[in-house]
Design a protein around this ligand. Sequence first.
Ligand code: CMX
Length: 423
Amino acid sequence: MTLLADKLTKKIDDWRREAKDLLEIGQDKIISEVSVAQIYGGMRGIRALICDTSRVPQDEGLIIRGIRLNELVDKTPEEIFFLLLTGDLPSTEELKQLSFEIKKRKNIPAYVWDVLKSMPKDSHPMAMLGTAILVMQKESVFAEKYETGLKKEDYWKATLEDALNIVAKIPAIAAGIYRLKFNKGDIISPDPEMDWTGDYVHMLGINNSEDFKDLMRLYLVAHCDHEGGNVSALTTQTINSALSDLYYSLSGGFNGLAGPLHGLANQESLKWIIEIIEKFGGTPTHDQLREIVWETLKSGKVIPGYGHAVLRITDPRFEAFLNFGKKHFPNDPVFLTVSRLFEVVPVELKKVEKIKNPWPNVDAASGSLLYYYGLKEFSYYTVVFAVSRSLGLTAQAVVNRAMLFPIIRPKSITTRFVKELVS
Ligand code: CMX
């Protein structure tokens, strides 16, 4: 057994005991009441899920297993994956072993490329990613073991195998999608010696500089998880709760990430910024940006990269990217526009009463940094987000299996029920 599985075995015993005790002493305690406004408002604020991999207090932002993001920005995605799964940062030996586990599982079945190559040329890269994950479903260790008989207590072990296989393979799949979709030449094979981020950068084949690798490392850490109620997390865990394996679940979650109000906002944000720069023939002034913000709002569109369903502050992930840009290329016109928008947009959005959070989220800055290093195809940005989010989504699934959570099945009500209640 690996050190990771060994650690999880011990932790899971404790987690299960803790949950049993909590249920015994407090099963009737009320956590959330549900109002009519919440039912009609996307269930915002209803506390109805357990997620221990991370939490997002509205006035603090992302906290992974009790550690604030700004204390984790120098870590590698492998370290973060271990943290998400177990609740602890890995020791040197644990990290070495996890990195080895990932390295040995990198190869992609040839049929994945056949399927991707046969997709229409104008398929969105997120549709290609979701398809690639789904077509690998036949590789699922969980599905195979379930079929032949697996004890419920051991579901998590087979799910961990699926998680490790998916996490190991996703950089090569994502990089291959980039090269296929944007005619960048042959697909570059994974290098068994390289770390997760370094190999992804190598396989993209755009820019092998250490600075780009540092940005990618930060990017892949910052997007890894955002508690359990966002569209991609909730979708993944709902599908997974039906004992569909992680290939089915993650592919479904990624379909949600592909939406413009969720993960696609980084694509939309940079597209909007480039259009603004083109319109004004260079970095716009504050006044010109103010004008564009109102033009966008009046046309009925959202300001991409601003606002959040939970956060009520500047997203610390945005801050991490802003700091990176300030350090490496403060005068780049795209980055300068991102910084100026940060000075203008919140002031203007505060004037719109219905907007609860005028502050930037992660998507307001991330694209501009990728753009600087030569990753200029906006429609690909959500794929990079998804590569990172695979860490959190698969970790959540392993933990949920370990906790023996049942199938998710909330109760719906009819309009007639609400009418009767209200009258
Ligand atoms: N620009 C314009 N209007 C905005 C806005 C923005 N950036 N943010 C919120 N609003 C509007 C909403 O569209 C909503 O209007 P309607 O009532 O007319 O539908 C109103 O303000 C109230 O929204 P809210 O309660 O403040 O925010 P929600 O929880 O409903 O939505 C979010 C959150 C992220 C979908 C929204 O802020 C938005 O659309 N932002 C732009 C897209 C974006 O950046 N998405 C990425 C979020 C991060 C992620 O999940 O990946």
